[in-house]
Design a protein around this ligand. Sequence first.
Ligand SMILES: Nc1ncnc2c1ncn2[C@@H]1O[C@H](COP(=O)(O)OP(=O)(O)O)[C@@H](O)[C@H]1O
Ligand SMILES: CC(=O)N[C@@H](CCC(=O)OP(=O)(O)O)C(=O)O
Length: 260
Amino acid sequence: MTKQTLKVVKIGGNVINNEEALFSFLKDFADLDGPKILVHGGGRKATEVSSAMGLEPKMINGRRVTDEATVEVVTMVYAGLLNKKIVAQLQKNNCNALGLSGADANCILAHKRIVKDVDYGFAGDVDAINSEIIDVLLQNNVTPVFCAITHDKNGQLLNTNADTIASEVAIGMSELYNTELNFVFELKGVLESINDKDSVITEINSEKYKQLIAAGIIADGMLPKMHNCFNALEEGVSKVKIGDASLVKKSTKLYTTLSL
Ligand SMILES: Nc1ncnc2c1ncn2[C@@H]1O[C@H](COP(=O)(O)OP(=O)(O)O)[C@@H](O)[C@H]1O
Ligand SMILES: CC(=O)N[C@@H](CCC(=O)OP(=O)(O)O)C(=O)O
C-alpha cells in the first residue's frame, strides 16, 4: 500500500522575529493540503530575552549553552510565547493546530547532551519520537506544532536544536508516512555566494555537499542544518528542501533540493 504524504516544515528564528513574514508564512502553511507538522525554533528571540534578563547568551558549534537559568528562559520563550503565538495565528487561519513540547504526551524523548570538552548544560539530544500519538493527532486533522523543548522522562526539560527536532520527527514519522521535510529560513536556499541572495544552488547531493564544505561555502548555521538534512535522507525521509517562506506555496520556483 502506498503511504500518505506527510509534510514536516521547520521555521527558523529569523523568520519568526519578523512578524509580517511569520504571519504570511503561517497563512500559506495553514493552506497546505494533507497531514502536516510544524517545528519552530526561535533562537534569536531567546537571545534577546536572555540578554534583557542579564544573562549572557553563549553558543558553541551552533548549540546554546543552556545553564539552569537559561533553560527556564528558553522554556518560557519557545514553549510559551512563540509556540502559543504561532498556534493562535494558525487557528486564525482555520488550521487546527496543537502546540506541544517534547514532554507533552511524551512526544519527544531526549537525553542531556554529553560530549567531551564542552558542557552544554541542559541541552538535549533526541532518543525517540512517539509516532503513534503524533499519528492519532494527524488522523484527527490536528496539526502538531513542536517547539525546541524536549524532556528526559525524569522531570528534566531540555533545550534541543529545532533543526534536529524537525529531522528526528520526520525520520520517526517515516515508518507511517512518505515524509517530506522542508527547512524554511530567511534566504532562498543554500547560496553559492552568501553576498548574492539569488545564487541558489538548486541541487545538492552527498558528493557536492562534501565539496561545498571543503570550499568553505557551507558554513556557520548551515553546517548543522545540512548535517540534519542528510541524516534525514539516510534514515528514510523521502524529500528534503531548504528555502525561504515561499517554500510552502504551490508557486515556489527557487530553493535547494537535497539528495543522497
Ligand atoms: N552557503 C550558505 N547558504 C545560505 N546560508 C548560509 C550558507 N553558509 C552559511 N549560511 C548561514 O546559515 C544561516 C542559517 O542557519 P541558522 O542561522 O542556524 O538558521 P535558522 O535559525 O533558520 O535555523 C544563514 O542565516 C546564513 O547566514
Ligand atoms: C540547544 C540549542 O541550541 N537549542 C536552540 C533551540 C532553538 C533553535 O534551534 O532556534 P533556531 O531554529 O531559530 O536557530 C537554541 O536555544 O538556540
